[in-house]
Design a protein around this ligand. Structure first.
Ligand code: S3P
Length: 190
């Protein structure tokens, strides 16, 4: 997808911690804006033919990050203009941050730890496809993970939605209102 002047049509990437609602919001936003929706973790799962947890268990986080980087690169190349739900750690590599900027607007779903913990528990974190990233375990590591990533999420975001008091529909509505007619153009690269 490209604009009449040959520029890439800007897409929207959703960033934020696990359980912040990126996939659900992304689906709704894509419907509202009539764009394709791509979930980066799902793309990885389909191309690897194994779950995220299996990739972590069998190959380790570092291999997962390589796979994630490749998948993001393919996605950005082949799906301009799409709405992308990233995995929570996709922003860790500078190369991925550049790719996300190139794709278009970046929206941070900023969600409090208590809300995330409640959601992860409600969705059964033990059976969920959410491998722990540290020895603390998926629920207890959230504070440390957020402390590490919040500066990156903040620096990268063109728009931030505080999601604790909103449902997915409300979050998608806020983003669509900010997005307006889609004439997004970043003034400067952070
Ligand atoms: C990760 C988040 C997961 C997935 C992987 C690593 C992270 O995605 O990419 O388990 O580092 O926070 P979600 O944010 O979609 O759960």
């Amino acid at each position: 997808m490209s604009r009449a002047n040959g520029e890439r049509t800007p897409g929207i990437s959703l960033i934020g911690l696990r359980g912040s609602g990126k996939t659900t919001v992304g689906e709704r936003l894509a419907r509202a804006l009539d764009r394709d929706f791509i979930d980066l973790d799902l793309l990885i799962t389909l191309s690897e033919r194994r779950s995220i947890r299996s990739i972590f268990d069998e190959s380790g986080e570092s291999d997962f990050r390589d796979i994630e980087e490749n998948a993001l690169s393919t996605l950005i190349e082949h799906a301009p203009g799409s709405i992308v739900a990233t995995g929570g750690g996709a922003i860790l590599r500078a190369s991925n941050r550049s790719r996300l900027r190139r794709h278009g607007a970046i929206v941070w779903l900023s969600t409090g730890i208590d809300t995330i913990r409640r959601r992860l528990k409600a969705h059964g974190v033990e059976v969920d496809d959410r491998p722990p990233l540290t020895p603390l375990g998926t629920l207890d590591e959230l504070e440390a993970i957020l402390a590490e990533r919040a500066p990156l999420y903040q620096e990268l975001a063109d728009f931030t939605v505080a999601t604790d008091d909103l449902d997915a529909e409300g979050i998608a509505r806020e983003i669509a209102a900010w997005w307006g007619d889609g004439s997004f153009r970043r003034e400067s690269n952070p």
